[in-house]
Design a protein around this ligand. Structure first.
Ligand code: SF4
Length: 694
């Protein structure tokens, strides 16, 4: 007998929001979730959760879920519900036709970092082996692609160096361009606990985030730099460390390329890179910067955590490499309590990158031009593969506008909302002959789609997510798929209709193929995950139970590489028309553009995004707290309510981007990172003025 309101059984699975990857027990009554309880044996969260994860199940049963496939001839036609067979036949037929008419390079796709490893692996496999092109990309393009490039260049692996437990041994923590208590709350709590125990904190952020001063925690140093000057500040910290004789030469001689270090040391030592010289540019007090650099270099174990405030810049990759330089010059790598730790935004953005979602890399970050790797895949998949890197998302859209790119398969990504220059994205999508959107809800991108394939939530399928500490967590099906097909099943069906011999019957078989083809996953299997709970890659013959800490006793690339990081100002300039700089972030209760959190209980805690304005800037313009404000940039404009606060410095305004009405990306520019095309979301020159409202 089951009492009403009482669960009948429970299933352990993984939160599908942020890169912390908390484990939950979904307590069920039949096929209904009664509640989600943080799982005490979850290695990433150890029994804790945040308010997003607890209510995440709400969007699975939301009335706006699309549960039937739909299609239409033109994007101006109304949607027509069809059977799965009709929709899948249409997708396969359209991509086959486009490939035959225009060539394989006229089509491509995007994998979703919200989907499982197995699902992203399958999409990139379909695009490479069935579409016949490397035109595959993922949403990491707009968030942490500079992390991948920067850390692979300097250390040899495109991932953070530590596990979350490592923070328990940190003596000095540097938080750069991240707001862990809102963006990664469960890790943020662990960090606060360590700070309450006495670890020192340095915050590098234009805004006074909560960590700067919160009950029982006060940052030793807050460097409120002007948006866009990260590289200058990181290099000035290096200047202090090198010129004051604080470099860890023993570590550098043993583990890094000494000649490259000497070139780099000469570069950072130049007087023009001192804290005093860069102060007019960055707005950072030189004495504070010097003290922060000394503390990081001499305060014991120094750990750096960073977020999108580092990567989403025209010099995002340069900043990642500048951070890596700081860790190497101080010897803060290869043991607990130290390291370089990107706080990855999405639940499986690390995994999507690991699985070969980039146009130049197979799974495990191996370049498509590497003969041995490509030949291994060709033999296994039974088809020739291209050795030319494919198109990135912005390049696919450019090519579509130019008329040479005709069709795209989009797995769980709303590029119209999340990518820069909304008008250009819309023009690219509108120019294509076939746009397929596979998602839970009719998102903004679906306005330009010809076929909509209803996907499944994390509660409706089996698989794995890989979190920010490289931990591979099991995702377990707790209820049947409401649309009838999990996302991996949908991709499989499309590929088979296009002639592929994909014969998986369960995601565990896809993971077996991943393990076979990807050295860092060699020992990973569902059986091992059942036994261990979770493992961190690399998990192979050398590290059969995974690797909590990387680069122990030497770097993955051999010698650590110091890279000269010259500061190049962004092309986005303030001036008389646009005198302020806009930067963006998140709040605790909401997730990204809110597509999911706005369809859960979390909607109670957030009904609009507001624009934070310094009192000085507000007074100059006659803006009072709560007034409507017009926010305009060279790219476009939107309207928000004002919040007058000295959390932001004069000259800087700040907003979140959780509500669709905010349309933050109408305002942002299309400047991007020089190496990866990651958009420069964090620096936009704007003007604000009183408004009567939207
Ligand atoms: Fe954990 Fe992040 Fe989910 Fe919150 S949103 S429960 S911190 S994984």
């Amino acid at each position: 007998v089951i009492e009403i309101g009482q669960p009948s059984h429970s299933v352990v699975t993984t939160c599908a929001y942020c890169g912390v990857g908390c484990s939950f027990k979904a307590e069920m009554r039949g096929n209904e979730v009664v509640r989600m309880v943080p799982y005490k044996d979850g290695k990433a969260n150890r029994g804790h959760s945040c308010v997003k994860g607890r209510f995440a199940w709400g969007y699975a049963t939301h009335q706006e879920r699309i549960l039937k496939p739909m299609m239409r001839d033109k994007i101006t036609d109304p949607w027509v519900e069809v059977s799965w067979d009709q929709a899948l036949d249409r997708v396969a037929k359209d991509f086959t036709r486009l490939r035959a008419t225009y060539g394989a390079n006229a089509i491509g796709g995007i994998t979703s970092s919200r989907c499982t490893n197995e699902e992203t692996y399958l999409v990139q496999k379909m695009i490479r082996a069935v579409f016949g092109t490397n035109n595959v990309d993922t949403c990491a393009r707009v968030c942490h692609s500079p992390t991948g490039y920067g850390l692979k260049t300097t250390f040899g692996t495109s991932a953070g160096t530590q596990d979350f437990d490592s923070v328990e041994d940190a003596d000095v923590v540097v938080v750069i361009g991240a707001n862990p208590t809102d963006g990664h709350p469960v890790f943020g709590s662990r960090l606060k606990k360590r700070l309450r125990q006495g670890a020192k904190l340095i915050v590098v952020d234009p805004r006074r985030i909560d960590l700067v001063r919160t009950p029982h925690v006060k940052a030793a140093h807050h460097l409120p730099l002007r948006p866009g000057t990260n590289v200058a500040v990181m290099t000035a910290m290096a200047h202090v460390i090198v010129t004051e004789g604080l470099a860890n030469e023993e570590f550098i001689r043993q583990y890094c390329d000494w000649d490259e270090f000497q070139d780099w040391a000469a570069f950072v030592s130049e007087p023009s890179r001192s804290p005093e010289a860069i102060a007019p540019l960055t707005g950072v007090d030189p004495a504070e910067l010097r003290a922060a650099a000394r503390l990081y270099a001499t305060g014991g174990n120094g750990a750096i955590y960073y977020g999108l405030g580092v990567t989403e810049h025209s010099q995002g990759t340069t900043t990642v490499m500048a951070i890596a330089n700081l860790a190497m010059v101080t010897g803060n790598l290869g043991r607990r309590g130290v390291g370089v730790n990107p706080l990855r935004g999405q639940n499986n953005v690390q995994g999507a990158c690991d699985m070969g979602s980039f146009p130049h890399e197979f799974s495990g970050y191996r370049h498509v031009s590497e003969d041995a790797t490509r030949e291994m895949f060709e033999e296994l998949w039974g088809v020739p593969l291209s050795q030319e890197p494919g198109l990135r998302i912005p390049n696919m859209l450019d090519a579509a506008v130019d008329g040479s790119f005709k069709g795209i398969y989009i797995q769980g990504e709303d590029i119209l909302q999340s990518d820069p220059n909304t008008a250009h994205v819309a023009a690219g999508l509108a120019a294509m002959e076939c746009v397929v959107v596979q998602d839970l809800f009719l998102n903004e991108t679906a306005n330009y789609a010809h076929v909509f394939l209803p996907g499944s939530t994390f509660l409706e399928k089996d698989g794995t997510f890989t979190n920010a500490e490289r931990r591979i967590n099991r995702v377990r099906k707790v209820m049947p798929s409401r649309s009838g097909m999990a996302d991996w099943d949908i991709t499989l069906a499309v590929a088979k209709r296009m002639g592929a011999q994909f014969d998986y019957t369960h995601p565990s078989q896809i993971m077996d193929e991943i393990a076979k083809t990807t050295p860092s996953f060699k020992n990973v299997s569902y059986a091992l995950l059942e036994e261990m709970g979770s493992v961190q890659w690399p998990c192979n013959d050398k590290f059969p139970e995974g690797s909590p800490i990387m680069h122990v006793g030497g770097f993955a690339r051999g010698k650590g590489k110091f890279v000269v990081t010259d500061y190049v100002p962004t092309d986005e300039k303030t001036g008389p028309r646009f005198p302020l700089l806009l930067t963006t972030g998140r709040i605790l209760s909401q997730y990204n553009v809110g597509a999911q959190t706005r369809r859960t209980e979390n909607v109670l805690w957030h009904d609009e995004d507001v624009l934070e304005i310094h009192p000085h800037d507000a007074e100059q313009r006659g803006i009072r707290d709560g007034d409507w404000v017009a926010l305009n940039s060279r790219a476009g404009g939107t309207t928000l309510r004002a919040r007058i606060t000295d959390r932001v410095a004069p000259g800087v305004v700040y907003t979140t981007f959780h509500h669709p009405a905010t349309q933050a990306n109408v305002v942002t520019t299309d400047y991007s990172d020089w190496a990866t095309n990651c958009p420069e979301y964090k620096v936009t020159a704007v003007q604000i003025s009183p408004s009567n409202g939207p």
